[in-house]
Design a protein around this ligand. Structure first.
Ligand code: DC
Length: 230
């Protein structure tokens, strides 16, 4: 069957990557987590001390060293998912840490960083058969993707999901604080100067406030069948 590109964007804590991974597994496609790419550049900048805890961030150094940053994904048999490699080293765990999370929005706002990541992402999609998630996939990276999806959910529901997740990990952050953080991140994503989060023209809206993972997959397969008949 003809391979396509599935582009998934949307608000934070909507389960984009879980959904994207499930689709890739179902179709036998490659899954690309573009957030992991921005996180890897941030980790590199921290390792090279282009970001200093007190002294700010040297955009000039980060931009100058972009050609030295090699990001790849490799399948991990143990987890059944793919891990992120930065210059040959598995950084899957490290890029999810607090320090990287704290600085990644600054690094992903640098236009030259975005240009390079977008080019790499477009190269990964030349043979199609790819599911990519992020913030600008349907708007910038693959505006011509055969299937574009914009995911959202009620902020209250997303905050409840995160609250539960964090509680299971032993964290005691008050619910109100998490809800505020969800709303704040939506605002930041939608109002930043470069590649703000937007529903791309032609993107299908998936509000999963009240949908189980199974119902979301059912919805996806229906949409896929529809475009296959077009
Ligand atoms: O999805 P995530 O939390 O791993 O994303 C990490 C950061 O990278 C977040 O600040 C949004 C940014 N990002 C982006 O600017 N463009 C993308 N395509 C993906 C992520």
């Amino acid at each position: 069957m003809r391979k396509i590109i599935v582009a998934i964007d949307g608000h934070s804590s909507t389960g984009k990557s879980t959904f994207a991974k499930a689709i890739a597994a179902k179709l036998g496609y490659v899954y690309v987590d573009t957030g992991a790419m921005y996180r890897s550049v941030t980790l590199y900048a921290l390792q090279q001390q282009f970001i200093k805890e007190q002294g700010g961030i040297s955009e000039k150094d980060i931009v100058a060293h972009l050609p030295a940053i090699n990001i790849t994904f490799r399948y991990n048999k143990g987890t059944g998912a793919s891990d992120t490699y930065l210059n040959g080293e598995n950084v899957e765990q490290e890029i999810r840490g607090f320090n990287v999370s704290q600085y990644v929005s600054l690094v992903s706002a640098i236009p030259e960083v975005r240009e390079r990541m977008v080019r790499l992402q477009q190269e990964m999609g030349v043979h199609k058969g790819i599911v990519m998630d992020g913030r600008d996939i349907g708007t910038v990276v693959f505006p011509q993707a055969e299937l574009k999806i914009f995911m959202t959910a009620d902020p209250q529901v997303r905050a409840e999901r995160r609250y539960k997740e964090m509680k299971e990990k032993g964290s005691e952050v008050p619910f109100e604080e998490i809800l505020e953080n969800v709303k704040h991140r939506d605002y930041e994503d939608e109002h930043r100067a470069v590649a703000p989060l937007r529903r791309a023209p032609g993107a299908l809206l998936l509000d999963n406030s009240h949908l189980t993972p199974e119902q979301q997959m059912e919805w996806f397969l229906k949409q896929l069948a529809l475009i296959r008949t077009q």
